[in-house]
Design a binder for this molecule. Structure first.
Ligand code: SF4
Ligand code: MG
Length: 314
């Protein structure tokens, strides 16, 4: 008798039927497709995945995904991701937000989310502007730059997301490009597979408000003019091979920081830093605070019929 194998999941299985109202040509389309490709590659069932977004154009991402989703408050991706992961550590939890949401409004949560090293993935759609509110300067726009949506050039220095991620303690720090969907899908799959907090900052084109960092600016008129340099095509090694060797950890962090600050014509994309150490959930399990069985499926008061209690209080 022929063996019947379960049909494998494809990108289509992660697409929702919600009408997409992002502007034509927006880089967000590439990021969502890359996320769907990564989930299909990893064969994660849609009901095992939850996508959490903040406020901004990227905030609509969960609506376009056929997975569980949660559209939270501005800058509050990390607290929501943390709660979800601790309530059910068997879920694959993915946070998404813009540069303003992650590095501006939600900066405090971004910092402490990294320190915890929960097993989550955070995708930051970085287009240098607060696009949903008509393109004001975000923390990642460089000093002296002025997009068509700004009345004056920025007078503040830009924040470096890779450096910030490293300083906060994210154990996987990478950068992708929204319009190189195949490369980005591979990075996202690596981030999800990574056991710990993975940050993927993504250069995202916003043709409506950012007329400086366009597709042509990133890619040039032909391949030879591209500003993007894939780290994996160089001799760069992002992996900490012996996490208990503090000297190696410091050297690899310093190497990643230097790479992200390199003032060259080429912008590196790919994995900057990767280190596997115990996660927050694992520490909590060791301490007996978290059980093997997810809290969400335990027979706690939250799963019991609370009607008698409500009746007694009436
Ligand atoms: Fe995309 Fe920019 Fe339009 Fe927002 S405003 S949907 S980021 S192109
Ligand atoms: Mg933005």
């Amino acid at each position: 008798m022929a063996t019947v194998t379960a049909p494998s999941l494809t990108v289509k299985d992660f697409k929702s039927e919600v009408h997409n109202d992002w502007c034509p040509g927006c880089g967000d389309f590439g990021i969502v497709t890359a996320l769907q490709m990564a989930l299909a590659k990893l064969q994660l069932a849609p009901h095992q995945v939850v996508v959490v977004s903040g406020i901004g154009c990227s905030g609509k991402t969960p609506h376009y995904m056929h997975t569980y989703g949660f559209h939270t408050l501005h800058g509050r991706v990390m607290p929501s991701v943390t709660g979800l992961k601790l309530a059910n550590h068997k879920l694959t939890v993915i946070g998404v937000g813009g540069d303003g949401d992650a590095y501006g409004i939600g900066a405090g949560h971004f910092v402490n989310g990294g320190r915890r090293n929960l097993d989550i993935t955070y995708l930051v759609f970085n287009n240098d502007v607060y696009a949903l509110t008509k393109g004001q300067a975000s923390p990642t726009i460089k000093k002296g730059m002025k997009t068509k949506s700004m009345s004056e050039a920025s007078i503040m220095e830009a924040l470096n997301p890779v450096a910030l991620g490293l300083a906060c303690g994210y154990t996987f720090v990478a950068r992708g490009y929204a319009l190189d969907v195949k490369h980005l899908a591979e990075l996202i799959a690596q981030g999800i597979r990574h056991r710990g907090s993975a940050l993927i900052d993504i250069f995202q084109t916003c043709p409506t408000y950012n007329d400086l960092h366009t597709k042509t600016w990133y890619e040039g008129k032909d391949k030879s003019q591209s500003r993007l340099l894939k780290l994996e095509e160089t001799d760069y090694d992002p992996v900490v091979h012996h996490p208990s060797d503090s000297g190696e950890v410091s050297r690899k962090k310093a190497q990643a920081l230097l790479k992200s600050e390199e003032d060259s014509e080429r912008l590196p994309i790919g994995v900057f830093f990767k280190m596997e150490v115990p996660t927050y959930e694992e520490y909590l399990r060791q301490k007996g605070v978290l059980s093997e069985e997810p809290q969400a499926t335990l027979d706690t008061i939250f799963r019991r019929d609370i009607q008698p209690l409500l009746d007694a209080l009436a």
